[in-house]
Design a protein around this ligand. Structure first.
Ligand code: 6XA
Ligand code: ZN
Length: 341
């Protein structure tokens, strides 16, 4: 399996995040992607390719142009306004407030975010642009007839929607890859999100569409981030009704119940008769993940890969979360190796 990877991810490095009532070093660090790459090479997964630039248009097929413009200039405007350190969003609008875009960079940061969990720093634009191109290049590998590809994206993307960032995510890499496949004429693409957290951004992007099925297995939003998205009764809207499937699971869910939910998600994808599957591959379902509560063990990721293989579909893996630094590489490659063997 080919891996697509860019060093540009290292330009995005957020110092601290608010965790409970404390400022702690950000869990979403460059070393995550470096560890995954090291393990991809160690297991001999296959060639590692640099991304090909597919341009900005492939990004604005998913994200609003004004949002992408904002991401590109936010750091410059933050510095010009005297900002020091990473640019955090603060005040964000609720649905009964004005939808006018403020001139102030502080106001725009709030307007284009749903939480303060995705600050912007000097290299954020370069890194998120490169991550989107990594996903697009891996999608092109699939479009060229290969059975699978791995987009080693960082930062992750599944919380980012058409016009807002949050939860470590800026551009929705998996959604951009899926859209590029439908833009090439693919009739039905399925996205399976196995990250611990609900992929609210991906759900939102495809909520009213039937050409991209979104299925997600995640911590119940009644208890877990992102809290306001991911319930089982969110099934799609308009032409998209029936093409959004959520499997919320209780905190502390172990491998048995998780693998049952996976089987249910895969049977929904089979019934959909997808032409390809994009896997939002977060491994923060791991038992020792520092910010999540599921109890998967490293061997369970082999089972995940094996189960995905039974679909016999072109399969694109896109990296999302996973913060247990000494296990993220193994858990990701176990999924990919399980798929290959
Ligand atoms: C709140 C937790 C962010 C979760 C990010 C993640 N700061 N999403 O792993 O998949
Ligand atoms: Zn996550």
């Amino acid at each position: 399996m080919k891996t697509v990877y860019s060093d540009a991810h290292r330009e995005h490095r957020i110092e601290v995040e608010l965790y409970g009532s404390e400022l702690v070093p950000c869990f979403e660090q460059p070393v995550r992607a470096d560890s995954v790459l090291t393990q991809v090479i160690a297991v001999g997964l296959g060639p590692v390719l640099a991304p090909v630039d597919h341009g900005r248009r492939a990004i604005t097929s998913v994200h609003a142009a004004d949002y992408v413009d904002f991401l590109e200039v936010a750091w410059r405007d933050w510095v010009a306004a005297g900002g020091e350190g990473d640019a955090f969003s603060g005040c964000a609008p609720k649905s009964d407030m004005s939808r006018r875009v403020p001139a102030s960079i502080h106001g725009r940061l709030g307007y284009y975010s749903f939480d303060a969990g995705a600050p912007i720093t000097a290299g954020t634009w370069n890194a998120v642009y490169a991550a989107a191109q990594v996903a697009l290049t891996a999608a092109a590998v699939l479009a060229n007839g290969e059975a699978s590809a791995f987009a080693l994206c960082r930062p992750p993307g599944h919380h980012a929607s058409k016009a807002y960032l949050g939860g470590y995510c800026y551009l929705n890499n998996a959604a951009i890859a899926a859209q590029s496949l439908t833009d090439r004429g693919m009739k039905r693409a399925a996205i399976l999100d196995v990250d611990f957290h609900h992929g609210n951004g991906t759900q939102s992007i495809f909520y009213d569409r039937s050409d991209v099925l979104f299925a997600s297995i995640h911590g119940d939003p009644n208890d877990e981030y992102p809290y306001f998205s991911g319930h089982a009764d969110e099934t799609g809207a308009g032409p998209g009704v029936g093409f959004n499937v959520n499997f919320p699971l209780p905190p502390g869910t172990g491998p048995g119940r998780w693998l049952e939910a996976l089987a249910a998600a895969l049977s929904r994808i089979r019934a959909y008769r997808a032409d390809a599957i994009i896997v939002s591959l977060g491994v923060d379902t791991f038992e020792h993940d520092p910010i999540s509560s599921f109890k998967l063990r490293s061997d369970d990721y082999l089972r995940l890969g094996e189960a995905l293989r039974t679909l016999r579909l072109p399969t694109l893996f896109v990296l999302e979360g996973g913060y247990a630094l000494d296990a993220i590489g193994l858990n990701v490659t176990n999924t990919l190796v399980g798929f290959e063997t």
